[in-house]
Design a binder for this molecule. Sequence first.
Ligand code: NDP
Length: 499
Amino acid sequence: MSEPTEQLPTWQHFIGGTWVEPAEGQYFDSTDPATRRGLYRAARGTAADIDRAVTAAQAAFEDPRWRDMSQTRRGHLLRRLGDLIAENAGELALMESRDNGKLLREMRGQLTTLPEYYHYYAGLADKIHGSTIPASDRRVLNYTAREPLGVVGAITPWNSPLTLTTSKLAPALCAGNTVVIKPSEYTSATGLRLAELALEAGFPPGVVNVVTGFGPEAGQALVDHQGLAKISFTGSTATGSRIAAATASRFIGSTLELGGKSPNIVFEDADVANAAMGVVAGVFAAAGQTCIAGSRVFAHRSVYDELLERVCARAKTIRIGDPLDDTTELGPLAFEAQRDKVARYVDLGRSEGARVLTGGAATDGGLGGYFYEPTVLVDVDNSMRVVREEIFGPVVAVMPFDTEEEAVRLANDTEYGLAAGVWTTNLARAHRVAARLEAGTVWVNTYRAMSPMSPRQGFKTSGVGVEHGTEAIREYTRLKSIWINTSEEPVSDPFTMRS
Ligand code: NDP
């Protein structure tokens, strides 16, 4: 970080292994959403900064220090980066918690698993290879090679900056690419610190670059840059759709992890107490600001009242307050506009006929921040906007159903397909329903479980491509097929070349 100016610490771009002034010399403020106090100033990136970063990343991609590095060595560097994150976990957790209002204890938890993502891809780095294919007669050798793509643009949202950046960075580096990251304007700091740690881990300068700034400026300039080989994006479906169109028109790939309106289905044979905890964890953890929020709950009519009672009872006792306090259970929304969006949706729900069983109001949490009460809506159905659209806040709509068939139909009646929860003690039903749900991740009798080993993919408008697991390597490599004629025989007939 550079020297503080005007009282707030100031972050510049991180390009080519060094701190770089923004081309137009402009900065913007980032505030703590729990207190509205200024935290730091970050560089406001423009097309010139993006161009500088992509140029540095292109040079690093061609640099023999990176291009010719053994895959084993790449693995060592990833392992080292994971270790450095573990060593700096306390600082990173605090930075992110202050930046987006997530509970510090949740961030501490995330920071204990984050190194595992780097360690996982460290282990995979020397296992990326092609194969030999008996495609022809024995005189022709055909083999494949998995090559890195080049410069990957990584664009991430504010709700889990370090984790979501890692989901892109770790496999992209594992496969030998170089990366330009554009974090959300609301959470610039931890991405910059991560790039600094990558340099310390031994990644050559220019392999990891960060340009901060606004989506329509820095983000759009990154998407439009002709030097990119791929975009990996996590964010809203609306922005993802625009990125998909832009990348498709240039014939470059994109991996898109987008929005969700995930169902949590509670069957009559479920352990209702556990299911209620799953519902609370699914939508009130992280103040509902997770793509996988279980924001639609379908409960069998025979357990509907009991479930509602349990969920409301817990929602009413959720402790709202300072995210740095270990007894707090619900922090603020990440910024004012997001809090206002949540409030607008609840008002819209009321006007559509929804009944607010608990919550339903904004609060300053006693700190002057952007908080919203955990809110349970009933008398709702799939036709209402409050049930169809992603709110990204602590708001859950609870609906009854009568049959398994109906539950599956209602759960699938959404444009999204990111995740789903099923609560049942019937093993056959668990498998049957999991198979029929149109969602890239299905949890049975649990919710929000994640691992670097387990691939995840959004179905329908929730995304394109895979993150995590060995599958993610395909997203960051291209496959080349190489044919070698080992015969010394002259080609006698050019119209029947050897196949
Ligand atoms: P946005 O789509 O608004 O923003 C995401 C990122 O894209 C930010 O860095 C943003 O910058 C940038 N951006 C905005 N406009 C453009 C543009 N025209 N060109 C390039 N980049 C742009 O999403 P949110 O930040 O609001 O994030 C919340 C969304 O993310 C939710 O829909 C949520 O479901 C989804 N999400 C999905 C996950 C998944 O794995 N499927 C995980 C977590 C979240 P800036 O912030 O400066 O506007």
